[in-house]
Design a protein around this ligand. Sequence first.
Ligand code: HPA
Length: 272
Amino acid sequence: MEYTKQLHQASNYIQSLMAFDPEFGIILGTGLGALVDKIEIEHTIEYKDIPHFPVSTVESHSGRLIFGQLSGKNVIAMQGRFHHYEGYTMKQVTFPVRVMKLLGIRKLFVSNAAGGVNLNFQVADLMILEDHIDLSRENPLTGANLDEFGVRFPDMSEPYERKMIVEALQIAKHEGIRCHEGVYAGVSGPNLETRAEYRFLRTIGADAVGMSTVPEVIVARHMNLPVFAISAITDLCDPDHLEVAELSKILAAAAKAEKGMTTLLQNLIALQ
Ligand code: HPA
């Protein structure tokens, strides 16, 4: 079936179950799991129950949409996201972002875990994305343009809304949260990078590297949705002192960053 029809069937299904006017969409990546506890939940829907919705393969990611209030605003939160390396096409990875737009969101918030390429960063710091470099091998906008959603050649001069970046930096300062702004390099993964690749990433101007977010942001910008995105820096990618990456250490660092990230997002959403 045509992709646009699938998107409408998914959003119509959700609207048939509830009357809910969402203002903001949140993709809860690594580091934002605890934000769920701050949401006054009204409804949840399992991904598997939504027509055409992709279903999570990673067991640690429960796959559901959460509808409720955060900081007094109506939000939809995606608990569980899709990565290209799991075998999904970029159209599948970004399907939920288009559905959230059809449901009426005005802005998109995204979190992720990333490796720190900028050598001033420390493990468990936060980095607000001010720009990105797309190094992934597939683009979600490939193929016939979805004219209903946006233009063929979407502008990328401000992928991350400057106003929200400034607000978030002020919140971080006020709350004493270690937070930088920087450029995120989006790669396909799933392997981590070689030392030569880390040197390359630093040379081309990346401050952090990760395996998500960029496709969702491209699709959000195609639909003209303002975006805020933030990384938890889970490991340091210093080519001259590279340690073997261990998933347990990465998850521990993400857990350490979680409190600050949750506070930041809660306060930022209150201002929108
Ligand atoms: N690369 C390196 N380190 C990381 C990544 C990555 O993609 N994600 C989290 N830590």
